[in-house]
Design a protein around this ligand. Structure first.
Ligand code: PEP
Ligand code: MG
Length: 892
């Protein structure tokens, strides 16, 4: 039904065991709404209410901040629905209905918008509440809480100003706690609050209950786009187009005496996953008291009490009947939702109400235990259990972590580019990193890193850059090394001369300690303790199930023996990308490659390359040995040559002396090799063609290594791939060079050296000409970093308008992290179809950073690809994500 249709449904009611909404409508009703409707329909006690849908929110923003015409009438009907079930009237001066107004997007966004409780109270209805309940203090306490929440959230008067008024009355009354204020004190607080609102806003706190309702709803929809919410969505990749729902729910009170209570609980322990009812409650209290820290909350169950070492009575002890009922609800909700639940409840004079239920947030350790336990309890089948574990959370199980119990001061936050945690002293250059790492751990801070920084990065415990995104050099290299990395921390300003850095108004210098979490992107002051990863038996069980279920092969992007071994240990089934240029940056080798670049004639060039040959051969032999029985896919040299030349005066001087050429010559070469757009310049297969001697050397090294390993009984499967190809002719030229090298070696040694030849697909033209390329290539490896860069025309290293594009709904997520299915994805699908028409057995996969991203892996599975390749520490994530992809794509 169109939004313009006059019968369009904007409001869904529930209550008294019947709900208009159902569990499939999360997008429409939001997480909180769907939980309430669903609980109601399965007979869990909930106070009646109604949900104003997320469509109203999107309508509001699409129509110049106006609402659908019919909405006001629908809201009135919703209120009548609640009135008829509760038997009270909204605004009734003798027995008023009070409601709460709560936001609720599809996914929970903590801190975006608080709940408003007790709405419907004014100077007159408060008297009715008093007479009806016979509890004057309760009535006025509810009223003052309402004015405070409404004043803060709806009218925008700072919370702290209300606290000042409250503190003033407490001081005057000579009491410490809110609970010690008597009715007269509370009335004085109310007078003070109203005066404060008048002073700050220039108008009264609204006495008209309809006006209160209208303004509260308006505030929730407005809050969707407050700066806090926008930032939260940017960080968590939540589309800005989703909108929030609003729930209007009849109030129930946990503060009506000793048979009333309120609490929050998890159906299992969210930290460990153990099956214990885990949560806190308070007798005679309202929701906010449990989290406000004024009174010490008590544990729900005896098991929880023992685990927390609490000496206060548990609910199981002090309210055994209510506990029994709540525990039954706990079991019912878990079975129904097939997951651990996070619930909020209130007991009003001995009657239990659930106010919220949703799948509970948990640590990775708890996630795997809960998934395996729910399978063993017969609640989930294997497919469902696999879907219960968030693959990206597995990171927590593979790297050191910031000790969750540690005290920490956050200095700043950037992009969580590579997981893990580290502490170290600050250094600002790769050289200093190398020098200082001998004396203790260091963290390297740069604006961005370049291949020159590799050795420094290797010795640093972590890397932080102020620029760059998820596919920047620092991010890719650190992920490959399994070291924590934070990129794009714009707040970090480095002064390289003075060797100082500032994070906002905090200044630090070289040698100062900092800590970092690559999982959250947070940077901390000082030395924060870290803890070892814990790999439990449940984790292994989940991975075993994942391997039995997945279809995609999982390979690694690796070039050092350490990375390759790590990849194997994590279950990689081969190497999908060896970036050979990373092998050239070792100080011993860089000289030879520089000599080659600076050489005047062919002879000198070949002599320089001959120096590199044994290194390369050794590198490949090491990889073949580790990957015994699995394919190793080696990419010919890719980056523009200027990346290998020295950058500073000092380096130029040193190089000139070492290889005995003039500084002038080096400078001249640097100028000649300079390109305005190096990423679109003489790199990839263009370089391999314009400098065929490099290709010859690399081919010779690969074939020699394969031959040597085969002699030792190692099963070698070398694969060679061409970077950045756009035409058949390019790959034909390179294949001929390689085949010639192979033939020479075969003849010299009287052996056969089989190898598989393929190409990367990194440019739109390569997708268009996929049929031609497939006539020579046996596999396509989609280099989605460059393919995204060139399809979107956005530099992968300077995507500074990322957040702006997300906020404007242009991208739902960073296309360099999650594949842009509509654009880049279409090209990929087309390339596969065209390629397979020519080469039926064409093997296809992704080796860009997307190869380790769960959503992109689902896309790869749906396209019928054969493999994904990602950095070693993402291998387990990819194995699980590939299994989830099979389950999800089956459902589609
Ligand atoms: C790619 O472009 O996706 C790729 C794997 O190559 P690189 O990141 O080395 O450019
Ligand atoms: Mg590339």
């Amino acid at each position: 039904m169109s939004l313009e249709d006059e019968n369009h449904k904007w409001v869904y009611t529930y209550g008294a065991g019947k709900a208009e909404g159902n569990r499939t409508q999360r997008n429409l009703l939001g997480g909180k709404g769907v939980g309430l409707h669903d609980m109601c329909s399965i007979g869990v006690p909930v106070p009646p209410g109604f949900t104003i849908t997320t469509e109203v929110c999107t309508y509001y923003y699409d129509h110049d901040k106006t609402y659908p015409k019919k909405l006001e009438g629908d809201i009135q009907n919703g209120m009548k629905h609640i009135e008829s079930i509760v038997g009270k009237k909204f605004g009734d001066e003798s027995d008023p209905l009070l409601v709460s107004v709560r936001s609720g997007a599809r996914v929970s966004m903590p801190g975006m918008m608080d709940t408003i409780l007790n709405l419907g109270l004014n100077d007159k209805t408060v008297v009715g509440l008093h007479t009806k309940t016979g509890n004057e203090r309760f009535a006025y306490d509810s009223y003052r809480r309402f004015i405070q929440m409404f004043g803060d959230i709806v009218m925008g008067v700072p919370h702290a100003d209300f606290e000042k008024v409250l503190q003033g009355v407490k001081d005057k009354a000579g009491v410490k706690l809110d609970t010690e204020l008597n009715t007269d004190n509370l009335k004085e607080v109310i007078t003070g609050y109203k005066a404060l609102i008048n002073e700050k806003k220039g108008h009264e706190f609204p006495q008209d209950v309809q006006e209160q309702l209208k303004q509260a709803i308006h505030a929730v929809f407005g809050s969707w786009n407050n700066p806090r919410a926008i930032t939260y969505r940017n960080i968590n990749d939540i589309p800005h187009t989703w909108g929030t729902a609003v729930n209007i729910v009849a109030m129930v009170f946990g503060n009506m005496g000793d048979t009333s209570a309120t609490g929050v609980a998890f159906t299992r322990n969210p930290a460990t996953g153990e099956k214990v009812f885990f949560g806190e409650y308070l007798i005679n209290a309202q929701g906010e008291d449990v989290v406000a820290g004024i009174r010490t909350p008590q544990q729900i169950s005896n098991a929880g009490k023992a685990a927390q070492g609490s000496d206060l009575p548990s609910m199981e002890e002090s309210m055994p009947e209510m506990y029994k009922e709540l525990n039954e609800v706990r079991e019912k909700l878990e079975k129904h939702n097939k997951d651990m639940q996070d619930i909020e409840f209130t007991i009003q004079e001995g009657k239990l109400y659930l106010l919220q239920c949703r799948n509970g947030k948990r640590t990775a350790k708890a996630a795997v235990k809960i998934a395996v336990d729910l399978y063993n309890e017969g609640i989930l089948d294997k497919d469902q259990a696999l879907l219960l574990v968030d693959p990206t959370a597995i990171n927590q199980l593979l790297h050191r972590q910031i000790d969750p119990k540690a005290k920490k001061t956050v200095l700043s936050k950037g992009l969580n580019a590579s997981p893990g945690a580290a502490s170290g002293t600050i250094v600002f250059t790769a050289e200093d990193a190398e020098k200082k790492a001998k004396d203790g751990p260091v963290i390297l801070l740069r604006e961005e890193t370049s291949p020159d920084d590799i050795t420094g990065m290797h010795v640093a415990k972590g890397v932080i850059t102020s620029r760059g995104g998820m596919t920047s050099h620092a991010a890719v290299v650190a992920r490959g090394m399994g070291a924590p990395c934070i990129t794009g921390c714009g707040e970090m300003v480095i002064n390289f001369e003075k060797k100082t850095v500032s994070f906002g108004n905090k200044d630090l210098k070289e040698g100062d300690w900092i800590s970092m979490s690559g999982d959250t992107g947070e940077i901390y002051e000082g030395q924060v303790p870290t803890v070892e990863p814990q790999i439990s038996g449940d984790f292994q069980t989940i991975m075993k199930w994942a391997d039995e279920t997945r279809r995609l092969h999982i390979e690694a992007n690796a070039e050092t023996p350490k990375d390759a071994q790590q990849a194997r240990d994590f279950g990689a089934e081969g190497i999908g990308l060896v970036r050979t240029e990373h092998m050239f940056f070792d100080p011993k080798r860089i000289i030879s490659i520089r000599k080659m670049i600076l050489a005047d004639n062919d002879e000198e060039k070949r002599a320089a390359l001959a120096e590199l040959l044994p290194y390369q051969t050794g590198d490949f032999e090491a990889l073949f040995k580790i990957m015994d029985g699995y394919p190793v896919t080696i990419r010919l040299l890719d980056p523009p040559l200027h990346e290998f030349l020295p950058k500073t005066d000092k380096d130029i001087k040193e190089l000139a002396a070492e290889i005995k050429v003039s500084e002038e010559l080096i400078r001249k070469r640097i100028v000649t090799l300079h390109e305005l757009n190096p990423m679109l310049g003489d790199r990839g297969c263009r370089l391999c063609i314009s400098r065929p001697e490099i290709t010859e050397m690399q081919g010779r090294a690969i074939f020699t290594a394969a031959m040597n390993c085969a002699k030792q009984g190692i099963k070698v499967y070398p694969q060679i791939m061409i970077p950045l190809a756009v035409s058949k002719k390019e790959i034909q030229i390179l294949k001929e060079i390689l085949d010639k090298e192979k033939a020479t070696l075969e003849k010299e040694n009287n052996v056969q050296i089989p190898y598989v030849f393929g190409t990367m697909i990194e440019l739109p033209r390569a997708c268009l000409k996929a049929d031609e390329l497939a006539s020579l290539a046996h596999f396509f490896s989609f280099g989605t970093n460059d393919l995204t860069q060139t399809t979107l025309g956005i530099s992968r290293d300077d995507f500074s308008f990322r957040d702006c594009y997300k906020e404007n709904g242009i991208f739902d997520s960073d296309p360099f992290a999650v594949i842009d299915e509509e654009g880049v994805g279409e090209l990929i699908k087309m390339a596969i179809t065209r390629g397979k028409k020519v080469q039926k057995e064409l093997r296809t996969g992704i080796c860009g950073e997307h190869g380790g991203d769960p959503k992109s892996i689902q896309f790869a599975d749906a396209c019928g690809m054969d493999y994904v390749s990602c950095s070693p520490f993402r291998i387990p994530i990819a194995r699980l994500a590939a299994a989830q992809a099979v389950v999800k794509n089956k459902k589609k």
